[in-house]
Unconditional design. Sequence first.
Length: 341
Amino acid sequence: MGKLFNVAVVGATGAVGNQMITCLEERNFPVNNLKLLATSRSAGRKLRFKGEEVQVEALTETSFKGVDIGIFSAGGATSQKYAPFAAKDGCVVVDNSAAWRMDPDVPLVVPEVNPHAVAKYADKGIIANPNCSTIQMVVALAPIHRKVGIKRIVVSTYQAVSGTGKKAIDELYNQTKAILNFLEPEKRVYPHRIAFNCLPHIDVFLDNGYTKEEMKMVNETRKILEDDSIGITATTVRVPVFFSHSESVNVETRHPITPEEVRALLENAPGVIVADDPSKNLYPMAIDAAGRDETFVGRIRADESVSNGINLWIVSDNIRKGAATNAVQIAEILAQNYLGS
Ligand code: A2P
């Protein structure tokens, strides 16, 4: 039998943390001991892993003694503060927050795209999991970039509320219920009502007029594809969908490629399912991607307004491939290739 690892999940009671526990179980990750960490408010709660109850503990600076891999999804401030304590105790951190993603000494990894980057974990003991919208976009675009080079990307997103966490899932549910019962919906999470609405506002606004989410897509895509020359512009929108982000992506390539060639390329790409048959009303949809680990691509067609333009519609489960699955896949590479002996 191969080596077993002591694993900690930080933010275990949250929407992504919970899914991380499920992914570790579903993928049969070689766990020796699983430690579940959250705030002191959740300490003592019990969560199930492989048929057994595991008690949640309060996160402290010494939580990582004897832990091999710590998978974090408890927000940027928690990662910023606690990842260094974990690394100091020899625990390799796979961090789902934005805290470390653009640090030049921290690799930013999508296993289907740049698995080799995991090796850089040794610099700081931290590996960053990219932003959910970025992950699904690069899974679909990396094969095109490798084949013909991507010059420019214009992306608009339609993002599910689960990306904001459990409280936003509750908010969409409660507001929808209130409105359908002719009651006044309460706002707690977003600045405006999300039920029956679209908010062109994800994360905070920056001085350049873009949101932080939009600039994450720009900067993280370049880092993962290892190409700073790609022009990228994004508009990120929160929509009243519980699970799965959808994206309209317009790509200008350096060399010509036909929609048929893109379809053939993506049919053989790891982690991608092409769902593209307009004659049968077949195209990727949030409701079909939810609960799945693959990235679904359809509506592949030429942009007839430029010489080398392609349009695509890309959909994936933001909590699974966009967060938990990608983090556990990174942990698998670590376990198999770097921490195994
Ligand atoms: P808790 O449930 O105890 O508040 P979500 O993104 O779904 O809102 O989940 C956030 C997760 O991060 C929860 O598990 C939450 O724990 C955890 N969390 C947030 N802040 C901290 C912190 N300072 N220390 C430890 N866990 C935290």
